[in-house]
Design a protein around this ligand. Structure first.
Ligand code: ARG
Length: 280
């Protein structure tokens, strides 16, 4: 009786072990198949598993939308996007084993394009706002910013109170445009441009009197143009975030984790210093 029971236990154990083996074998070959079909490039199976925690539009790639005319965050150098956002995203992509593909897109069309699944993420010096949070999921903030007033260096416009009757340039769809509409009510006109660079070209050409735009960008643009000047910093306490689709929480978690890692291990500071110099 006892012996029979023992045999039965051994048989059960053997069957369970066999099933486990078969299961392991199956899932193993499954992973391999998907790896094989997926890539011509050199991904390891560990990183495949990491990447499998979230899905992207195209496997192994992160499609990023950006208005690439906002130096030093994103700008075209020949046919290559360069800038702080670009370096940050490339590093994040590398750590998640995704190659980052940038697509230039008008700023005010970025969120609609993201939500129509043209992009996995939008990285465009985009301020985290309550209104945008209704449409997209933001990563943790990655850098702080403010607005600014720029004008001709010899202009009598010293601060926003001097904008009465003047023409002010802004970029369409930005927080700078919102701020100006709300606070510069006495202006003659608020002119909207597709890019911040276009607004500055108009300022240089004397078509407008001032530009209200993100401070780090305007400061960067006027740096090598002695005829232009930042007249006033406008404190708006903004923070930029990486935008993803609402509900894309797995991707957001992976990106937030990577951002935190980069802040801890000093690689965030490296990218920061490359574009903004030493932190004070
Ligand atoms: N931070 C501002 C905003 O979110 C302006 C961003 C413009 N970015 C760009 N790449 N053009 O509205």
């Amino acid at each position: 009786m006892v012996a029979l029971k023992k045999v039965r236990i051994i048989v059960v154990v053997a069957i369970v072990a066999l099933m486990a083996l078969i299961a392991a074998g199956c899932s193993g070959s499954e992973t391999k198949t998907s790896t094989d079909t997926k890539s011509t490039d050199t991904k390891t199976s560990t990183s495949e598993a990491k990447a499998a925690a979230f899905e992207t539009i195209k496997a192994g790639e992160l499609q990023v939308g950006s208005d690439i005319a906002f130096p030093p965050f994103e700008n075209m150098e020949g046919s290559d996007p360069v800038g702080f956002d670009v370096d940050l995203m490339k590093e994040i992509g590398e750590r998640l084993n995704l190659s980052v593909v940038f697509t230039n897109n008008k700023f005010d069309g970025l969120i609609p394009s993201l939500n129509s699944k043209k992009f996995d993420a939008v990285v465009s010096a985009m301020t985290i706002t309550d209104d945008r949070k209704k449409e997209v999921l933001f990563s943790d903030p990655y850098i702080d910013s403010n607005q600014s007033l720029a004008s001709k260096a010899n202009s009598d416009i010293k601060d926003v109170a001097n904008l009465k009757g003047k023409i002010v340039g802004v970029q369409t769809g930005t927080t700078g445009q919102d701020w100006t509409k709300k606070h510069v009510v006495s202006a003659k006109e608020i002119k909207s441009y597709d890019t911040a660079l276009d607004a500055f070209t108009a300022l240089q050409a004397g078509q407008i009197d001032a530009v209200i735009n993100d401070l780090p960008v305007s400061a960067y643009i006027v740096k090598d143009k002695p005829e232009l000047k930042i007249m006033q910093e406008i404190k708006t306490d903004e923070s930029y975030g990486i935008a993803m689709k609402l509900g894309d929480t797995k991707l957001a978690e992976a990106i937030n984790k990577t951002l935190a890692d980069m802040k801890k291990d000093g690689s965030y500071d490296k990218v920061y210093e490359k574009w903004f110099g030493k932190k004070k």
